[in-house]
Structure formats: C-alpha cells, structure tokens
Design a protein around this ligand. Sequence first.
Ligand code: ADE
Length: 234
Amino acid sequence: LDNQNLFSSRFILSIFPHMFDGFLNESIIKRAIQKKIVEINIHDFREFSKDPHKKVDDYQFGGGAGMILMPEPIYDCVESIRDDDSYIILMTPQGVSYNQKKANELKLKKHLIIICGHYEGFDERIRALADLEVSIGDYVLTGGELPSMVITDSIVRLLDGAIKEESTETESFNNGLLDYPVYTKPVNFRGMEVPSVLLSGHHENIKKWRYEESLKRTKERRPDILEEKTYGER
Ligand code: ADE
C-alpha cells in the first residue's frame, strides 16, 4: 500500500458550513473520507468572533457598499488549526487561475487550509495569512465556498486510492491533451456507430487512433494548450 497520502488533511474555513453537507456526503469524496485517504474539516470562523452577536464583518473605512470580513476571527481560527506543514489558500477572483497543474501540486501538500471569503471583500490584512490566492475562473461568485469545493474535489480524486489509478493517468489535461472520444454499448445507437477500430481488438491501432483523436480534438477546441505543450511553459 502506497500510503503517501494517508491522513493528509484539508481544513476549510467558512461561515456557511452547511454548504458542504452534500459535497462531503456523496460519491468519491465521501468514500475517500471513509477510507481515511483524506480528512476534511469545516471550521466556522464565526465561532471565533469575540463580538456578542458573533459578527465577522463590518463597514469599510473610507466608505462604500458591502460588508468586509474582519481579520481577527479568521486569524484566530487559522491559528487554532495551523501547524508547520500547513499551506494556506485564500479563495478570491483576484488569485492565480486554477488548473490541473495546480491540482497536481496541491495534492502533495499534507495539510491545506482553505479560506472562503466574500467578494465584496475581506480586509486586506487577511491576505498576509495566505501562501497562495486562487481563482477558479474569471467570474464572480457569492463566496469562496463553491471554489473551495472545486479545488478540494480536484485534489481528492488524485490522492492514492481515491479512484482507479488508470482513470487519472489517461484523462484530459494529464498528457497536455483533451480526452479522445469513448463509447460503450450499444454498437449502433440510432444510426450512430462505434468506430470500428475500437471493436477490432487491435491494441496498437486503438492506441494510435486514440492519440490522433486526442490531438485533433485539442487542435479544434483548445489550440492554446497545444501551443503550451509544443513550446513549453511560459
Ligand atoms: N470567490 C468569488 N468568486 C471567486 C472565484 N471566481 N474564484 C475563487 N474565489 C472566488
């Protein structure tokens, strides 16, 4: 058993812990937690508020709309769980763009702490806590909860034992190409046929066909990643 990932843990800081109920209790993520491949804890930093009403945000200095998350509850929460291995991520549309390469890097971290903020803001001093700021795309969501689930999902499925190894080795992006087309039963569905090479049993030809289809599909749909593959990363 390769237990490189055993007991790696992720801590997610959010004032909306129930947003994670479905995510943590279904499918591959649920199974990975049960199998102790990963431990995921949701921490409600509201519990760290010293305010009698458990306030975690306030108006911004200088005026302007929107409530701003205060630094203290988040700092106190992080400090209650961090250790020497902790790698702290802040979810924000201003962060670096997330991709498969980042997922492959983050899966190596033993202990991730992911802070979910709100777009109209968190106090700038919260940034000083983070090792990395991450955006999942150029659009604005109501908070960092969904983004934190996106990156957690992409990491957990890469951990040893979470899913069949082969499926992550051959999939889209891993060799820098999009996936080739795949088919299952029936051979003829409403006149649409499975390519005959896949039924031939000829493994060399199948491999070659798949590579060519991958390349063709990437050229058509994502010439940008093909360029990166050909000329190296810039
Ligand atoms: N918070 C709000 N929108 C976000 C995004 N696109 N990525 C990461 N965090 C966010």
